[in-house]
Unconditional design. Structure first.
Length: 291
């Protein structure tokens, strides 16, 4: 992703040094969870940007794709430690609370939209089997099709956490991270990029906008200014993303070649359709998945 952005900016600068504007290559670390783009957006880094272009490696090439709004939650339960055999009646198990929380979220899944997602881990479940844990921590991600739907779902998940605490005589603290918002793809720019990919012999597919999918802080940027987030095939179809198989794939020459092809497509230097870009941004909403 970073190499493709640097490649596109460098190629465009060299190929068209007299462009009536500025090319900026903006590094935005912390995409997954830390919200690097959200922080930079709030700091005004994108204030004078007319359009933002990036891409994501994948097992298929798509010009657009929907994305869910998401928020990370850190949930911490505090109870009372006690010897699990000698004096269990004196304990209040934070582990029982976090287990009840996961059970409650599983019960909630039946009653949320098909596009919503709730998933997480127990990051700290106690230290010894013979001690009732007085502290546990879960790391959770909640996703929904839109930010308003996410706000409602987050409240429901938080209510489950407090119910688990009440049921076990513990207390809970819920800390939310930055919100990644739903994505508003600019189809005018995305179509131009797809055109330049096809000119290089790349097969570009149209995605099915259905069901849940990933999330990214590019969504926050895309709701403020025209933006794209196409996907470029760098590995065999069916290879899961965020996996060891993907790690092995992206260091191969195939992925390097694909990155250069996408960098070339991103570096198109044609300002002619920008009036259409602005018009679309003013009139089109986010790409949302069907249920």
């Amino acid at each position: 992703m970073a190499a493709g952005a640097v490649g596109a900016a460098t190629a465009l600068r060299r190929a068209a040094p007299e462009l009536p504007g500025k090319v900026a290559c903006i590094g935005t670390p912390g995409e997954e969870g830390a919200g690097g783009k959200v922080l930079l957006l709030e700091a005004g880094v994108f204030a004078d940007v007319d359009a933002a272009l990036m891409f994501h490696p994948s097992d298929r090439t798509w010009p657009i794709r929907h994305a869910t709004a998401s928020v990370s939650l850190t949930l911490e339960w505090h109870g009372v430690a006690a010897h699990a055999a000698g004096s269990p009646q004196d304990g209040r198990s934070a582990l029982a609370a976090v287990i009840q929380f996961f059970t409650g979220v599983d019960a909630l899944r039946q009653f949320v939209p098909e596009t919503s997602r709730m998933h997480g881990i127990i990051a700290d479940g106690g230290q010894a089997a013979n001690v009732i844990p007085d502290y546990t921590r879960a790391e959770f991600t909640v996703r929904a099709a839109t930010t308003p739907e996410l706000d409602v779902l987050r409240e429901r998940v938080t209510a489950v956490a407090h119910a688990a605490a009440a049921a076990t005589g513990t207390t809970v603290t819920v800390t939310a991270g930055l919100v990644d918002r739903e994505r508003k793809n600019n189809h005018t720019i995305a179509d131009r990029v797809a055109h330049h990919l096809r000119r290089q012999g790349v097969t570009v597919e149209q995605p099915v906008l259905r069901g849940g999918t990933g999330s990214s802080d590019i969504g926050n940027v895309s709701l403020v200014l025209p933006a794209i987030h196409p996907y470029m095939q760098v590995m065999d179809t069916g290879t899961p993303t965020h996996s060891r198989a993907m790690t092995d794939a992206v260091i191969q020459s195939r992925a390097h070649t694909a990155m250069l092809q996408m960098a070339t497509a991103l570096a198109f230097a044609d300002p002619a359709p920008f009036a259409a870009v602005r018009e679309e941004f003013a009139t089109r909403g986010p790409d949302l998945a069907a249920g």
